[in-house]
Design a protein around this ligand. Structure first.
Ligand code: DAH
Length: 339
């Protein structure tokens, strides 16, 4: 057995000396000390020795084991160091390279313009109001003096949804909701999405964005409306901008008008942006119809008010010189990056 131990030491010492990789070194360790290793087999066999032989062989076995273990340990640290040196000589880090930039998100042009518009009206004392996208026909139509069978219902290409509700076709129902829950004086703007089953082209989309305005108090008249929208126009596009009001009809206002802003592109002389008109149509407005006030529990003999509704997408297109409405909805990252 002594001879066996010596043989093991000689054989494996040579193997360890000759090995040139960590994985191969570990294979040797297993061949010696593993479950089926040669050293393990010998230690197991020691039970069969006589009481005199056992301590003698045991001591040699311990010495051989310690010697081989030390040798493996030494070799392991040598090989690890060699591997690390090799790795370091191959890999190198250029700390002067620029870092990899992470792209941060930012606001959509429609959101930027919405915020700008709201800020202007907030500066004039208006509050921001909101309403649901899925509306009752009552809020979207009836309370706004658009009864059943009224031609304006067809004009608005309504999306009907389950439960007799509609996707709001304009932001005007927010007026109703606000007046039902608040007493005059009222000054609000309500931005948000609206929906119509429209064609999709350079100026039409089935969902787009409007901003509604409502101002109700005692003694409010058309002059207040013109003043508010003119201050708004100048704040948004600059002091040179003029406004123009053309008679129109809406069921929920009387009298009603459409409001145009002088073209910010050419100042009114006519250009590509205004298609030679010098004016750009911005939205509808008027004095809140007495029936609408009454439907919301506000006495039209005491109070009067004005309202307006404008397309936000159109304002964004003008503000950023965007030629096609669809660009605002496609969310092409190359396009959005420009804002
Ligand atoms: N709701 C109208 C539309 O979407 C726009 C509008 C016109 C709103 C006149 C108003 C208004 O508040 O007074 O076509």
């Amino acid at each position: 057995m002594k001879e066996d131990l010596i043989a093991i030491e000689t054989k494996f010492s040579a193997e360890i000396d000759g090995v040139d990789g960590l994985a191969a070194l570990d294979d040797i360790r297993v061949a010696i000390f593993g479950k089926k290793g040669e050293m393990t087999a010998i230690l197991r066999g020691m039970g069969g020795l006589s009481a005199e032989e056992r301590p003698v062989v045991g001591q040699i076995a311990n010495e051989v084991r310690a010697a081989l273990e030390d040798k493996i340990k030494e070799k392991k640290s040598l090989l690890s160091k060699l591997e690390m040196d090799e790795k370091l000589s191959k890999e190198h880090l250029d700390i002067t390279l620029p870092g990899i930039k992470r792209e941060a998100g930012h606001r959509h042009p429609v959101a930027i313009v919405t915020e700008e518009i709201c800020r202007i009206f907030m500066g004039m004392g208006y509050e921001i109001a909101e309403g649901p996208h899925v509306e009752t026909e009552y809020h979207n139509f009836e309370a706004l003096n658009i009864g059943k069978g009224h031609p304006a219902r067809d004009e608005q290409d309504t999306f009907y949804v389950e439960g007799g509700k509609v996707l709001r076709t304009h932001t005007s129902p927010v007026q109703i909701r606000y007046m039902q829950n608040n007493k005059p004086p009222i000054a609000i703007v309500a931005p948000g999405k609206v929906f119509r089953s429209d064609e999709v082209d350079a100026t039409h989309s089935p969902d787009f964005n409007q901003i509604e305005g409502l101002f109700v108090d005692k003694g409010i008249h058309m002059g207040h409306l013109k003043g508010a929208l003119t201050v708004f126009a100048k704040s948004l596009f600059g002091d040179d901008i003029k406004t123009r009001f053309r008679p129109h009809h809406f069921p929920f206002t009387e009298p009603s008008a459409e409001v145009d802003f002088s073209c910010f592109g050419c100042g009114g002389s006519g250009c590509r942006i205004c298609k030679g008109e010098g004016w750009i149509e911005m939205g509808g407005c008027g004095m809140v119809h007495p029936k609408v006030l009454a439907a919301c529990g506000i006495d039209p003999d005491v109070y009067s008010g004005f309202a307006f509704g404008m397309g936000i997408d159109r304002i964004a297109m003008q503000r950023f010189n965007i030629p096609d409405l669809r660009l605002l909805f496609e969310n092409d990252i190359q396009f959005l990056k420009q804002f």
